[in-house]
Design a protein around this ligand. Structure first.
Ligand SMILES: [Zn+2]
Length: 116
């Protein structure tokens, strides 16, 4: 993901509407690119203030811990990425095992046919 794409996805990321396929690239870019890192912080701050203005009063502490809440927010998203990783891995393993079994089964039938 480049800076332009990152910028395009900031809004959907903060609204938690980002495509999960993009999430990993997004977080990766966030970690590598200093200017986008700062950009996201600014947007996060604005998002907190404007989008949650009705409960801002209760979240005064959160306002002072913005950096921390952003870190937590990113962490949450990372968890989703890792969860997807794990899920994909399990699927792949199941597929491989399933595949291996069908190959084994085919070999078994061939063996039976040949030996008959
Ligand atoms: Zn960037």
């Amino acid at each position: 993901m480049n800076c332009k794409e990152f910028n395009k996805n900031i809004d959907s990321f903060l609204k938690e509407k980002i495509d999960e396929d993009l999430l990993e690239d997004f977080i990766e870019h966030y970690k590598m690119c200093k200017s986008c890192n700062e950009e996201l912080e600014i947007y996060f701050l604005a998002h907190k203030i404007f989008d949650n203005s009705e409960d801002l009063g209760e979240n005064v502490n959160e306002k002072y811990n913005l950096k921390e809440s952003l870190v937590n927010f990113i962490k949450e998203k990372e968890d989703i990425v890792y969860r997807n990783y794990k899920r994909d891995f399990i699927f792949k393993m199941m597929f491989l095992i399933g595949d291996g079994m069908s190959i084994g089964l085919a070999a078994y039938f061939i063996y039976i046919l040949v030996t008959l």
